[in-house]
Ligand binder design. Sequence first.
Ligand SMILES: [Zn+2]
Length: 146
Amino acid sequence: MSRNYYAYAIIGLRVPKDKIIGTVTKHRNRCRCEPQTDPMSEQKFCGNCGEILDRAYRADDLKFGMDGWDLCKEGIRGWPVAYDGDYGRYFYIGIRKASDGDKKPVDVRDTRTMDQQENKFKSDMVELGLWDPDEYGLWAVLQGSW
Ligand SMILES: [Zn+2]
């Protein structure tokens, strides 16, 4: 296994992970017998194979229908996304995202264009229920993967 690190500079919003990917409890019947034992029955284990009939487990609740790595590729509403990856605490949704893989510098020189983008960005984030003025700014993000 190798470790990979990516560094990003992002002008945008830091969002707690659970607003993007939450967790839900799901249930799975581990018995594969045919016919299936009625999962609504009082039995906890299958009488044939002995497997548990209603196993609860924690699963990702993908609020935007994608996992963290796909969100980093696809973005949210066209806005770029970075993720602190296996640190796993925050997503960063940006107006601009610059990374060490960029072939040319990403800069912001025309402040009027920046204002227009900022207004559109804020209204999109408000609509998505993600806006928090205290979490908006310039972020340096280290994304780790191992
Ligand atoms: Zn069974």
